[in-house]
Every structure is written in structure tokens, then in C-alpha cells.
Ligand binder design. Structure first.
Ligand SMILES: [Zn+2]
Ligand SMILES: [Zn+2]
Length: 347
């Protein structure tokens, strides 16, 4: 089969190769991949800025159809089942985190698409415990964005426990910021302020408005602080969701949250240490909520609402391309010309 392989360490070293299909073991499924989305992480793996173990097939945001079922998992799975699947391959299943339903942060996790063969391929051999049945009302294009949607579900709902807020600030308007906007809108939050930069003006800001943002702010042209203060009677927002990983956004955001407010942390920063106004966290009695990846529970919650949110989620898919055009897809994402690009492995 053809697959997109990171074949050696270092910058680049990615190409389409012909690789064998691995037969599923007793507790595995063989999946014929329909779509696999390109993620910011894939750009970092390409640039060798994210841990990876070459040679490895890239791609971790996938959906597809079961074509073979291991002997031990035939009670739950059948040939023809449509699935989406998690990327927490390697998680041990026995440590205190795995037992608590948190395999996504298990020390032994070797994530699919970076340290374990992934889904930019015609077929994926997948441990069955990572698969979820795809409800019938969810089209393939929407199934293809389930993984990032599960991350925001975990961050805003499971970790952040959002629901009662009247105002929310979202910094960063790429996939995480836009999906957080969908959730904020779904929760009925009155003021949904999303901040970004000049790069977001052509594509992402108009999208943010369509998804429910009540105010978009280009921080390179407008003063975010005065806008937030004006919309919140000078108090600051009830909750801040940081999706940008930008040191400037992180350093200034704490002052934009009201006393007793909540800070939900999603955006990863580079290797640098970010100075933050530490005492403000104390004086204002802020709740800081660190979030990473997506446990199985968040996938179930995401899939439960994906059918209803399908029209909005579908808008995040800017383009669907064949595997041969992967370089063009990576480049569009790098330039901010796309939110999500799906690779069609059947094209
Ligand atoms: Zn991803
Ligand atoms: Zn574990």
C-alpha cells in the first residue's frame, strides 16, 4: 500500500513509500482509511520539532471502515463498521493513569503517527480498544475532524467544566480556537471573544463569526484589553481559553480574566520559558486548568454531539486532497490558508 513515511530523523525526510499491510493480531482491527487530517503536529514532525521515531507512517486524525477483525474482538466489531479512532497506542493499560481512564497521558504511550505507524496510508492496523463506532448521522468529512474536536471537548467540558459562563476569551483562531468557539456557542455563552493576528483575517475570522464568535479581535490592529474590559463591565472574562501558544498572548491574558475566573490551557509553547504575572494568579484566585490530548471519555462526548454540530464542523474542512498532494496541503497549513485539510486515502 502507499503511505506517507517519515523515513529518517532530521528536517524533512518525508515521502510516499510502498509499504506492506500488517495483518491484525487477535485484539486488533484492520481499517481501510477514508480520510486522515493534516495537523499542526504533522508540520512539527516534518520539521523534526516534535518527538518521532522514524521510519514511521505519519497521520493521526483518521476515520475509516473495518475490513478485518482479530479473533478476540469479534463480539464488538464487524467487517463494514465505520470507525474513528484514538492515537494512544502503546499506553500500558495498567498504570494509575490508564486505570483512571487517562491513557492519553500514560508514560508508555507511543502515539500513532509519530512513534507508531499512523494513518496517512491506505490501511491502518489498530488495537481495537482505540476504535469508536461512528454514528450514522456523522458524515465522513466531519468524522475526519473528531480527534481535534475531542481535544476541545476534553479541555472545555471535562477539564474546564464550562457551562455557566457569560463571557469567554479564546486566544488563537486556528483549529483549537475555532472548535472552542463551537463549544462556547453550544453552551450559550453570551460574549465569545476570539483573538488572532493579521494571518487570520482572510479565512479564520469570518469562519469564527459563522461558528458563533460575537467579537473577533485582530491583536495587531486592536487593543484586546480595552475591548474585553468594555464587554465585561471592566471585570474581565469569566473564562480564558489559551489556544495560541504565543508568549505575548500568554503574558497578557491573565490580566483579561476576572477575579475567580478560569484559565484553560491548550496551546503548546516552544522550548522557551514564558514569564507570567504569577502574583495575579493568586490575588485574583484564578483556576488554572492544564489540558493535553483527548482521553476515551472525551471521544464519546464529542461523538454524541458531532451529528448536531456537523454543519459547523464541516466548515472547518477547507480542502480535501489526494495523498500525492500532501506537500501542497502541508504548505497551505503552514501559511494559514487552511483550517483543516483532509487527505482522501481512497482518491
Ligand atoms: Zn492532531
Ligand atoms: Zn499506562
Amino acid at each position: 500500500m502507499k503511505a506517507l513515511v517519515k523515513y529518517a530523523p532530521g528536517k524533512g525526510n518525508v515521502e510516499i513509500r510502498d509499504v506492506p499491510v500488517r495483518e491484525p493480531k487477535d485484539d486488533e482491527l484492520l481499517i481501510k482509511i477514508k480520510y486522515c487530517g493534516i495537523c499542526g503536529t504533522d508540520l512539527h514532525i516534518y520539521a523534526d520539532e516534535f518527538p518521532n521515531s522514524p521510519p514511521v507512517i505519519m497521520g493521526h486524525e483518521y476515520c475509516g471502515t473495518v475490513v478485518k477483525v482479530g479473533a478476540q474482538v469479534r463480539d464488538k466489531w464487524q467487517v463494514g463498521d465505520r470507525i474513528v479512532g484514538e492515537l494512544h497506542t502503546g499506553a500500558c493499560g495498567t498504570c494509575y493513569l490508564c486505570r483512571a481512564g487517562k491513557p492519553h497521558i500514560c508514560d508508555h504511550k507511543l502515539a500513532l503517527g509519530s512513534k507508531y505507524d499512523g494513518a496517512f496510508a491506505e490501511y491502518l492496523t489498530l488495537p481495537a480498544w482505540l476504535a469508536h463506532h461512528l454514528p450514522e448521522d456523522i458524515p465522513w468529512e466531519v468524522a475526519g475532524v473528531t480527534e481535534p474536536f475531542a481535544i476541545t471537548t476534553h479541555s472545555l467540558i471535562e477539564r474546564g467544566q464550562l457551562g455557566q459562563e457569560e463571557s469567554i476569551l479564546i486566544t488563537g483562531s486556528a483549529t483549537m480556537g475555532l472548535m472552542s468557539t463551537i463549544w462556547a456557542s453550544r453552551l450559550g455563552i453570551k460574549h465569545i471573544i476570539i483573538a488572532g493576528t493579521q494571518m487570520d483575517v482572510p479565512l479564520r475570522f469570518p469562519l469564527a463569526r459563522e461558528l458563533g464568535a460575537t467579537r473577533v479581535v485582530n491583536v495587531q490592529e486592536e487593543d484586546l484589553e480595552s475591548i474585553v474590559k468594555e464587554l465585561t463591565e471592566g471585570r474581565g472574562v469569566d473564562a480564558w481559553v489559551e489556544c495560541s501558544g504565543s508568549p505575548a498572548a500568554i503574558a497578557s491574558g491573565i490580566e483579561l480574566v476576572k477575579k475567580t475566573g478560569k484559565v484553560i490551557l491548550i496551546g503548546l509553547v516552544g522550548p522557551e520559558t514564558i514569564p507570567i504575572p504569577w502574583n495575579s494568579l493568586l490575588y485574583k484566585e484564578l483556576d488554572l486548568v492544564g489540558c493535553f490530548s483527548s482521553p476515551p471519555s472525551s471521544w464519546e462526548k464529542a461523538l454524541a454531539v458531532e451529528g448536531e454540530e456537523a454543519p459547523k464542523l464541516r466548515k472547518l474542512v477547507t480542502k480535501i486532497i489526494p495523498l500525492e498532494a500532501w506537500q501542497e496541503g502541508f504548505e497551505m497549513l503552514r501559511r494559514g490558508q487552511a483550517v483543516k485539510i483532509l487527505i482522501d486515502l481512497e482518491a
